[in-house]
Design a protein around this ligand. Structure first.
Ligand code: GLA
Length: 403
């Protein structure tokens, strides 16, 4: 699986148009782009109706799309990351076995469910996102597909949030990954030089400035594959659900999520919870407070405080939530010793994948270098690092003929 993180959006767009022409012997009608994401604070808080702070990346997926008449309608998709062209029927939409085409396919099925007729669709997918590194290339593929489809077929949902939720449903119900809204929300709502704040209960959101001229983002891929489809993510969700139910019983009131439990209430009843449920719930409840403190710190421009909260979040994921691993811990411990480091933590599901590091812009190149150096020979697979900035959310690009 290949993608080139050094490709700019413009180069990706040019390649997508070329790949489209080569694969489908015609020119695309639309070009869309959607970024990967990183979680700044709020690890596993989204499906507990809590708070998250996240960013969209300047690394993204670009899709050149077009449509054809003719029946039966089908999706034909080429991906340069997988060096593969895959086709699937659109009359009866069924998941393919273990294929990346399920992400676009799931989105198209949801779009059809919303009442839009699907013709045959061609997609050429180019990416600068590392696959399997925990930057949510899957959500980027979903959002770029949705943008391309709405660009060609019309019928865009009334609000962007509905579009993010449609893509989340595709991932939950079609691909079979029980993720929350973090990835799709961040890939759609991202804004250059801004951190996103989402209240996953009310779905109110805000964007808080974090200028790229001051802060760079260094992603460090642990090389340990994390798979959300396997049972670990679902198991964590079950612990949170069980804790919610039990705390509700102990407090004698109806509680539908950990968001509705204050720290004092939790501390008052935690001894009566099963050990594992207790630790998972404690992480989520304290993590929600950390996100709110992070929002305040960002608004004050107090990056030192934000960094501290990120390190606390990582420790809590490691010690209470149990979703870190030796490689991720090593990456964070090494990063924390380097000049220019502001803060860092594991990002996303955990058990592997990537860490996110916020680094002073003028120290970033050196930081990246030194981090790779300190990992050499210390990790099973050499750590890949990516230096990037906060990018914009999913959108349609200009006329493909001009790329
Ligand atoms: C994955 C999921 C998200 C979120 C994070 C953990 O990235 O897709 O919905 O739960 O893990 O915060």
């Amino acid at each position: 699986m290949q993608s080139d993180p050094l490709l700019s959006g413009k180069e990706l767009a040019e390649r997508a148009v070329e790949s489209y022409q080569e694969n489908f012997q015609s020119s695309p009608a639309v070009l869309s782009q959607a970024p990967g994401r990183l979680e700044i604070l709020g690890n596993h808080t989204d499906y507990n109706n809590g708070f998250i702070l996240s960013i969209a990346l300047d690394l993204s997926i670009v899709i050149a799309g077009g449509q054809e008449e003719g029946s039966p309608s089908r999706l034909a998709a080429w991906s340069s990351s997988f060096n593969e062209r895959v086709e699937a029927g659109l009359e009866k939409i069924l998941p393919a076995e273990d294929s990346w085409i399920n992400y676009p396919l799931g989105v198209l099925r949801e779009i059809r469910e919303s009442g839009i007729r699907l013709p045959s669709i061609n997609l050429a997918v180019e990416s600068s996102l590392p696959v399997g590194a925990g930057v949510s290339s899957s959500a980027a593929l979903e959002l770029a597909t949705a943008e391309a489809a709405y660009g060609m077929l019309g019928g865009r949902p009334a609000t962007p949030l509905e579009q993010a939720q449609l893509c989340q449903r595709a991932e939950n119900d079609f691909v079979g990954v029980p993720c929350g809204i973090l990835d799709q929300f961040s890939s759609l709502f991202g804004l250059r030089d801004h951190v996103l704040f989402l209240d996953c209960d009310t779905l109110d959101y805000d964007r808080i400035a974090l200028p790229g001229s001051e802060v760079a983002v260094v992603i460090a891929d642990s090389g340990v594959q994390h798979e959300l489809v396997d049972g670990k993510y679902a198991a964590l969700r079950s612990h949170c659900r069980r804790a919610t139910q039990k705390i509700g019983e102990l407090l004698g009131r109806e509680i539908s999520s950990l968001r509705q439990v204050s720290l004092d209430e939790f501390l008052g009843c935690r001894e009566q919870l099963d050990e594992e449920d207790r630790r998972r719930a404690e992480h989520v409840i304290r993590e929600n407070s950390r996100v709110l403190a992070g929002v305040e710190a960002l608004r004050r421009g107090d990056l030192g405080k934000l960094g501290e909260l990120m390190l606390q979040s990582h420790s809590s994921s490691r010690d209470l939530f149990g979703n870190s691993c030796a490689e991720l811990d090593f990456l964070i411990e090494s990063a924390a010793e380097l000049p220019g480091f502001i803060g860092g933590k594991l990002s996303g599901g955990g058990f592997g994948g990537a860490t996110v590091n916020l680094v002073e812009q003028n120290a970033a190149v050196d930081f990246q270098h030194r981090l790779e150096e300190s990992c050499r020979n210390r990790l099973k697979t050499p750590a890949r690092t990516f230096l990037t900035t906060i990018g914009d959310g999913a959108r349609l690009l200009g006329n493909p003929q001009e790329s």
